[in-house]
Design a binder for this molecule. Sequence first.
Ligand SMILES: *Cc1c(COP(=O)(O)O)cnc(C)c1O
Length: 457
Amino acid sequence: MTTTASEITYRLEQKRRIQADFPGPKSLALTERRKAVVAAGVASSVPVYVADADGGIIHDVDGNSFIDLGSGIAVTSVGASDPAVVGAVKEAVEHFTHTCFMVTPYEGYVAVAEQLNRLTPGDHEKRTVLFNSGAEAVENAVKVARLATGRDAVVAFDHAYHGRTNLTMALTAKAMPYKTNFGPFAPEVYRMPMSYPFREENPEITGAEAAKRAITMIEKQIGGEQVAAIIIEPIQGEGGFIVPADGFLPALADWAKEKGIVFIADEVQSGFCRTGEWFAVNHEGVVPDIITMAKGIAGGMPLSAITGRADLLDAVHPGGLGGTYGGNPVACAAALASIGSMEEYNLNGRAKHIEELALGRLRELAAELPGGTGGSVIGDIRGRGAMLAIELVQAGSKEPNPELTKAVAAACLKEGVIILTCGTYGNVIRLLPPLVISDDLLKDGLEVLAAAIRANA
Ligand SMILES: *Cc1c(COP(=O)(O)O)cnc(C)c1O
C-alpha cells in the first residue's frame, strides 16, 4: 500500500507550461471545424483540444500543459491514463467489446457488483445494477423506489443537480442552463429547502433543525405516506459544493426509514474516495437504501451503477431493469482496475491530505485579502477531501460575485491551471484535482489561484 503521490510514477512530466500564442493555432483551427459541425448547445469551458493526459497534467495539441484541478468533473480520480486502468481496458477490448449483459452475460459485471456491494455503506444484503451515465442511474433508482413502495412522489432539494434527462431535469433545481425551455418536466417531483450553512437566514440553525424544516414541509405539502423516495447529494456538486450542516442527513434518513420512504444518496460526484471516504455519507454514518454512482467509478470509462437493499432491487420483475450498453465489459474492466488503484494508492488518504494542504492555503489567502477572514471576497471556504470550494462574494457581504468567479477561472487558465466553477449563483470556484496529483503540482496550482484572486479582487 502506498500512501503518498510521490510514490506514483507518471508518464508525462508533471509541470505546467503555456506558450506565448495560447490558445495555439491547432486548437483555434479545431474550434473552427467544430463550429461547423458540433451543436452550439454543447459548450466547453476550456478553448483547447487535448492531446494527452496523465496524473495531474493535461497536454493540448499545441504543446501547452495544464494543471488539471477538475478531473473532467470528478471523473479521473485515479488519473486520466492510470497504467492499471489502461492495461485492463486493453486486455478486455482484445477479447470482446460487447455482448450485452441481457443477452450473453460475462464475469466483469458480476465482479463490479461484488465490489460495489462490498464498498457501499451498510452490511445488509445488497444488489447492484449497472448503467452508462449518472442520469441513467438516478432514473433507475427512482424507478425501483416507485415500484417497491407503490408510491409516486419524489422529494429533491434546492440547489440539486441530478442530470439532463427528463426526470433528472425535473429533479435538478437550476433553470439556466439545464432546464430552460426543455419542459414539460416529469410530474410528482417536489423541492424542499436544503441545509446551506453559509446562506441560512439564521446562521445558528442546526442540521437537525434544517431537516425538521424540510420534513414539516413534506408532511404539509405531500404527506409522508405518499413519498416513494427522497433523493439528495450528500455534498451538492453543481449547486455549489454545499456541505449540509452536521446532523441534516442522518435526521432525514431516520425520518425516511420511519415513513417507509426510500432514501437515495446521489453520490455520482462525491463517491469513490473524492471526499476522503469511499462515499460522502460515510462521514456521518448514514446508510442509504439506494446509492447512485458514476463519474469516478471507472477511471474515465462510461459506467454508472445503483446499489441498494436487496428487497428493493429484487422487487423489480425480470426484464424491468437494464439497457443495451449497461455494464459494458470494457467499462467493467476499467472499474475493477480503478477500484484496485484507489486501494493500492490509498486515495482516501490522499484526498484527506489534499484537503489539509488546500484548505490551509485557502484560509491563509482569505486572511491576507483586503477585509480579511469573513470580510473579503472569499465568503466561504468549504468541502471535504478533494471536493473543495470557495464561494466568492462582494467583499464584506454575502452578495454573490459571479463576475469575479469567471475572471478568476479565466486568469488561472491563462497561467495553465484548469479550474471549474459551479453554484446556483455561479460564484463558486470548485477544486476537484485528480487524487493522484503530486503535492508540488497542487501547490503550484493553488498559488496560481491565489494570485488570480488577489489580482481580480
Ligand atoms: C454529474 C452528475 C449527475 C449526472 O451524471 P451524468 O453522467 O452526466 O448523466 C447526476 N448526479 C450528480 C450528483 C452529478 O454530479
